[in-house]
Design a protein around this ligand. Structure first.
Ligand code: GLP
Length: 260
């Protein structure tokens, strides 16, 4: 696991966007797994700016969704499908056909979950999966005590996650209780995992995920089991890392050609 400590959120966004651009130069039809929430927005903005500047061609890229609320009406502005279309697919100038996501309004949710895992595999697997982290250590919507081998399935949100996400809805009770999320086992199949975390509120979750034991109680700690993980944190989110100086020194001496 590589930990990169950046100055602030825009610097983190630029770094991830550069890494995605480099991937697309190597593999123009790469499947990019994207996350929702506030944290990845600077990535999408930086990547869209590169597209406008003509420095990267994303026209063959494909986009895969990480998780979704269950039960929101199709087209609800806060369904993650709507968010990904609005924040990623449209700004990159991609067609909706380039987008893969689970159906959160399906009558048979379990079948929708299994169909999504199959669709990801049939698409050749995710090349780079961008992840945020919940204040309780969740990735996707894999809440504490999720199986580290889990596949895409329905989950129930914790009170804390519903409170954290209430800011996107008119009132806290509108936040759905149930969600579909790529499982931890599904996420670990992506070729490169990039976890981005910014702000002091994520410092404890980041420290537990990076330096704590691998434990279902902290789902993001499962990233320790993957051979290619990059954790990018700003100074505030790095605030509780015991090895912060080591991480800084290691990154400072890394040859630029290696990329992330
Ligand atoms: N399901 C999403 C996660 O994928 C995201 O990482 C998390 C953190 O969001 P934020 O980046 O807004 O803190 O929020 C939601 O729970």
């Amino acid at each position: 696991m590589e930990v990169v400590i950046v100055k602030d959120a825009p610097a983190g966004g630029a770094l991830v966007a550069d890494s995605i651009a480099a991937l697309l130069r190597r593999k123009p039809d790469a499947l990019l797994g994207v996350a929702t929430g506030s944290t990845p927005l600077p990535v999408y903005q930086a990547l869209a700016a590169q597209v406008r500047a003509g420095s990267v061609d994303v026209s063959r890229a494909r986009i895969a969704q990480l998780d979704e609320y269950v039960g929101l009406p199709p087209g609800h502005p806060e369904s993650y499908r709507s968010v990904v279309l609005r924040e990623v697919v449209e700004p990159l100038g991609l067609d909706e056909a380039a987008f893969l996501g689970p159906d959160g309004s399906a009558d048979d949710v379990q079948a929708a979950c299994e169909a999504y895992d199959r669709a990801l595999a049939e698409a050749g697997g995710v090349d780079l999966q961008l992840l945020g982290i919940g204040t309780d250590g969740h990735i996707g919507f894999n809440e504490p005590c999720s199986s580290l081998a889990s596949r895409t399935r329905i989950k129930t949100l914790t009170r804390q996650t519903r409170a954290d996400n209430a800011r996107f809805f008119d009132s806290p009770d509108q936040v759905p209780h149930h969600v579909i999320t790529q499982g931890i086992g599904t996420i670990l199949e992506a070729r490169h995992l990039v976890l981005l975390a910014t702000g002091e509120g994520k410092a404890e979750a980041v420290a537990q995920a990076v330096e704590g034991p691998v434990a279902a109680l902290v789902p993001a700690s499962a990233l320790q089991l993957h051979p290619h993980v990059t954790v990018i944190v700003d100074e505030a989110a790095a605030g509780r890392l015991k090895l912060a100086d080591y991480f800084r020194a290691t990154y400072a001496s890394k040859p630029a050609w290696q990329g992330l």
